[in-house]
Design a protein around this ligand. Structure first.
Ligand code: SF4
Ligand code: SF4
Length: 437
C-alpha cells in the first residue's frame, strides 16, 4: 500500500460558501471547487481524514492532489519549505511601489497620526525617478509592477500623478510586464462620476475605501477637515464604482471600535453595504481593528477582544452574501513592508517601508536617486529580515504570514501574531502531524 505524506503547509478552507473548498499548498496555491455532495473530500475535517479518504478517491483526484503538491509519496522537507516560504516574500519578479503624492488630506480622522496641513506635493523630478526605477527593475527581471497610491489623500492630486500612471502602464505593456494600480482613498472625490472615469482611465482600477459603519458612526470617525459629514459622499463614491465596468476590485474597510462591533451595528453596516454594492463580487469587506496611529482615539478595542469577535464578524458577513478580504492564501497575512521589493516613495523621494508611521525615523530606509537607483541606509534590513519565533516553524499559518505580519511590531520588540485573527472555524482541513498509511 502506498504511504502518503501531507504537505505540512497545506490548509483547506471553506471560503464562505461551503460548496467550495480552497486548498492551499504554499508556496504554490491550488484551488479546487468541490460541488459533489458525495466527494470524499467534503466530509474531511482534518488531514488524517484526508489521508484516510484517499483510498475512496478516484485516480484523477489522487493525481490532482499529487500534482498540486498537497500529498506526496516522499516525506516533505519541512526545513526547505520554511526557507521557501520566507523567500517567496521577496519574489524578484515583483515590484510594489507605494506612491505618496502628498500628505495633505481633506479629512481629519481622529485615529490618524499624520500631519496634513501645508505638506509638499511630490515633484515631477521624483515621478521621473520612479519612471527610471521601473525601467531599471524591468531590465533586472521584474515581471509585475504594482503601484499603490496612498497619502494623505492621493486623489487631491490626480492631475499630478495620472499622466505618470499612464506612462508607467504604457511602458510595462510595451515590455510585456503586468501592471496594476490601486488607490487607498477616503473616496470623497469619487462622489463625482467623472473623476471615477478619469482615474479608471489612467490605469488605477483597484481601490480601498473606508466606510466606518452606519452614517452617524462614520461621520464621527471620518469627518472632513472642517468637521463636516462625509458619509453621503463615500456612499456615492462606492455606488459610482459599482456602476463602472472598469473597476476591478474595491476593499471596503471598516475600522472597528467598541461601538461598531455590537451585533446591531454590524448588521446595520452590512445591510448598508448590500444596499450600496448590490452584492457586486468585486467588493470585499475588510474588518479592521481601529488602532491609534498617533491621533486621538478614545475607544480602542483591545486586540484579544477583537480576535474573539472576528469569527462572528466573518459569519455575519458571509450570511449577508458579502465577500471577506482574503486572508488564507500564501502571503495574504504578510505585510508588504516585510518584502525587499516593496517600497514607499515619499513626496521628497525619501523611501519608507510602513505606511502607518511615516514620520518615524526607523521607517526612513533610504532615498531614490534621480537616476532611479536606490540608496538604502542601515534601517532597511531590519524590516525585511523577520526573526521567526520557535513555534512559527510548526505553525499552520506560516504560508500566510511568512513571519512578516507586522515588521513594525517586530522592530518595536512586540511581535504580532495574526493567528488569533485567522479563525479556525472555517478551516476544512488542518495541519498534518506526520506520515500515515
Ligand atoms: S507569527 Fe503567528 S501566524 Fe505567523 S507563523 Fe508565527 S505563530 Fe504562525
Ligand atoms: S509594518 Fe505593521 S503597522 Fe506598518 S503597514 Fe505593515 S502591518 Fe501596518
Amino acid at each position: 500500500m502506498t504511504q502518503w505524506f501531507v504537505n505540512p503547509f497545506f490548509v483547506g478552507y471553506f471560503d464562505g460558501d461551503t460548496s467550495v473548498i480552497s486548498l492551499t499548498s504554499a508556496p504554490d496555491t491550488a484551488t479546487f471547487s468541490i460541488y459533489e455532495p458525495e466527494h470524499p473530500l467534503r466530509g474531511v475535517t482534518d488531514t488524517l481524514g484526508l489521508l484516510q479518504s484517499i483510498p475512496r478517491m478516484g485516480q484523477d483526484d489522487v493525481e490532482l492532489l499529487k500534482e498540486s503538491g498537497i500529498i506526496s509519496e516522499m516525506p516533505f522537507d519541512r526545513e526547505r519549505m520554511v526557507k521557501d516560504q520566507l523567500a517567496a516574500n521577496h519574489d524578484p519578479e515583483w515590484l510594489r511601489l507605494t506612491i505618496i503624492p502628498t500628505l495633505n488630506c481633506n479629512f481629519s480622522c481622529p485615529y490618524c497620526g499624520q500631519r496634513h496641513c501645508g505638506q509638499p506635493a511630490m515633484g515631477s523630478s521624483v515621478y521621473e525617478s520612479v519612471s527610471r526605477l521601473i525601467s531599471r527593475k524591468i531590465g533586472q527581471g521584474v515581471r509585475n509592477v504594482h503601484i499603490m497610491l496612498f497619502g494623505g489623500e492621493p486623489l487631491l492630486l490626480t492631475r499630478h500623478w495620472m499622466p505618470w500612471l499612464r506612462q508607467w502602464r504604457r511602458h510595462c505593456a510595451e515590455a510585456g510586464v503586468l501592471f496594476a494600480a490601486k488607490a487607498t482613498t477616503n473616496g470623497y472625490l469619487l462622489r463625482d462620476a467623472s473623476v471615477v472615469d478619469q482615474v479608471l482611465d489612467s490605469g488605477c482600477t483597484e481601490f480601498q475605501i473606508t466606510l466606518d459603519g452606519v452614517e452617524a458612526q462614520h461621520n464621527l470617525t471620518r469627518p472632513s477637515r472642517r468637521g463636516g459629514a462625509t458619509h453621503g459622499a463615500v456612499v456615492a463614491a462606492l455606488r459610482n464604482l459599482a456602476l463602472h465596468p472598469g473597476m476591478t476590485s474595491c476593499t471596503i474597510r471598516i475600522n472597528h471600535n467598541r461601538t461598531t462591533v455590537t451585533p446591531f451595528a454590524v448588521n446595520a453596516f452590512l445591510r448598508d453595504v448590500v444596499d450600496i454594492t448590490g452584492k457586486d463580487d468585486r467588493f470585499w469587506i475588510h474588518h479592521h481593528r481601529a488602532a491609534d496611529l498617533g491621533g486621538t482615539l478614545s475607544e480602542e478595542l483591545p486586540y484579544d477582544e477583537f480576535a474573539a469577535i472576528m469569527p462572528s464578524l466573518r459569519r455575519l458577513t458571509h450570511d449577508y452574501g458579502l465577500k471577506l478580504m482574503r486572508d488564507f492564501y500564501p502571503g495574504d497575512r504578510s505585510c508588504s513592508a516585510s518584502s525587499r521589493n516593496s517600497l514607499v516613495v515619499m513626496p521628497d523621494g525619501g523611501l519608507a517601508k510602513c505606511t502607518a508611521v511615516l514620520n518615524d525615523p526607523r521607517n526612513h530606509v533610504g532615498h531614490l536617486r534621480e537616476d532611479g537607483e536606490i540608496e538604502f541606509n542601515s534601517e532597511f534590513e531590519k524590516w525585511v529580515n523577520p526573526t521567526l519565533a520557535g513555534h512559527c516553524e510548526s505553525c499552520v499559518h506560516l504560508p500566510q504570514c511568512r513571519g512578516g505580519s507586522c515588521p513594525l511590531a517586530s522592530i518595536s520588540s512586540k511581535p504580532n501574531c495574526p493567528a488569533k485573527l485567522l479563525d479556525f472555524s472555517y478551516l476544512a482541513l488542518k495541519e498534518c502531524t506526520g506520515p500515515h498509511k
